[in-house]
Design a protein around this ligand. Structure first.
Ligand code: FAD
Length: 392
């Protein structure tokens, strides 16, 4: 088996890269460990930055998003019961789109199937070979048969636990990470969102987020200790605690209902440098993780795809393969800015076991940032997403 780009992983990074490359005539094959149904069953992100929206349009997969997605021009932050609205449109000139990762993935899978581009789902024992040479390959098992996919380049889009990053010799990379001392308990329900826009809450009982996937599907989160088990959280307990963290006026509007899904996710920040080795490129969660505060995970994956897609065009269409050497430095500049912003949002909006001095500093950081137009403008421009770097 031969192709130009072997893509490992059919999450948003792999599918979007595959779609963009296919549209400009660069052959690629996607290898995915899970079934399509399993991939579509994962409940994850739901906020798309302006740049991600534009890239999905460029990829020709925006029809459903433009029909069913919801544009939000702002969101609210409550600190100790005081609301501040971040006017995204007014402060940054643009906005965000609420459209679920599941839907983005479904649209990309459908486009790939319609284009007849090759994908192998439920593959096993994926192994990257000779990635430091000009002729790398990927070995894998499918239905009990072993295969080798020869290629020019490997795109590691296989998430945080996938084999791509692990194929790089340890002494060639540097890892940076931070773990936060709490997790997010998430609940999805077919109820009307409590408000049209998202609400972030810093309350003495802990952080809460009111998010959504559509006008009839809500997604709520609560900060919980890492030791908590999801079984200890009945739906009633969840809704009661969420109301405790809301102001009475907002709580009065909350529509509750049976959960469709409930899970606890730990929060951590992680970056590997560099994001490439030989003919292997890492994209999305394979290269970096952000805490979900600030909704950057899926969007960072999209900006990596943007960079690699444009550099691949240079390599194949303009016959400038040396352009690919710039991939990691281009991505990391934006990755670190998103790491900074999500760390900042997490630090300001959650409750920590702070000493009194640190607690007062956190309160002052929030008061300054929400009270100053200059600081709110900075929040807005980061939330809607910093521009993708132009690749010339
Ligand atoms: P993934 O979506 O992880 O896709 C990687 C793919 O590689 C998977 O399909 C996996 O099955 C496949 N794979 C793994 N190993 C192999 C192998 N050996 N062989 C072949 N294939 C393999 N972001 C937000 O912005 N907001 C949120 O609210 C949010 N919530 C999240 C909740 C959870 C529980 C998680 C895990 C993530 C969440 N994220 C959120 C982050 C966001 O979903 C990710 O940043 C995004 O999915 C990254 O896309 P990706 O394609 O890089 O990786």
């Amino acid at each position: 088996m031969k192709t130009q780009v072997a893509i490992i992983g059919a999450g948003p990074s792999g599918l979007l890269l595959g779609q963009l490359l296919h549209r400009c005539g660069i052959d690629n094959v996607i290898l995915e460990r899970r079934s399509p149904e399993y991939v579509l069953g994962r409940i994850r992100a739901g906020v798309l930055e302006h740049g991600t929206v534009e890239l999905l349009r460029e990829a020709g997969v925006a029809e459903h998003m433009d029909r069913d997605g919801h544009i939000h021009d702002g969101f609210s932050i409550f600190v100790n019961g005081q609301r501040t609205r971040i006017d995204l449109k007014g402060l940054s000139g643009t906005n965000i789109m609420v459209y679920g990762q599941t839907e983005v993935t479904r649209d990309l899978m459908a486009a790939r199937a319609a284009a007849g581009a090759p994908s192998y789902y439920e593959v096993d024992q994926v192994e990257l070979r000779d990635i430091d040479s000009a002729r790398p390959s990927v070995a894998f098992m499918k239905d009990g048969q072993s295969h080798v996919l020869e290629c020019d380049y490997v795109a590691g889009c296989d998430g945080f636990h996938g084999p791509s990053r692990q194929a790089i010799p340890h002494e060639k990379i540097r890892e940076y990470q931070r773990t936060y001392p709490f997790g997010w308990l998430g609940l999805m329900a077919d109820t009307h969102p409590v408000e049209h826009e998202l609400i972030y809450i810093n309350h003495p009982r802990g952080f809460a987020l009111c998010s959504q996937r559509s006008l009839t599907r809500s997604r709520y989160y609560l900060q919980v200790p890492l030791s908590d088990k999801v079984e200890a959280w009945s739906d009633d307990r969840f809704w009661g605690e969420l109301k405790n963290r809301m102001t009475p006026e907002v709580a009065a509007e909350l529509e509750t209902g049976p959960s469709l899904e409930k899970s606890i996710a730990p929060l951590h920040s992680y970056v590997v440098e560099p994001m490439q080795y030989g003919h292997l490129f890492l994209l999305g969660d394979a290269a970096h993780i952000v805490p979900p505060t600030g909704a950057k995970g899926l969007n960072l994956a999209a900006s990596d795809v943007y960079a690699l897609y444009h550099l691949m065009r240079k390599a194949y269409l303009d016959k400038q393969p040396e352009a690919l050497q710039r991939y990691s430095e281009i991505c990391l500049r934006r990755v670190w800015k998103a790491e900074r912003f999500t760390w900042w949002m997490t630090s300001v909006l959650h409750r920590f076991d702070h000493d009194p001095f640190s607690q007062r500093l956190q309160e002052t950081e929030a008061a300054y940032s929400l009270g100053s137009v200059a600081a709110r403008t900075s929040i807005a421009e980061n939330y809607v997403g910093l521009p993708f770097e132009t690749i010339d």
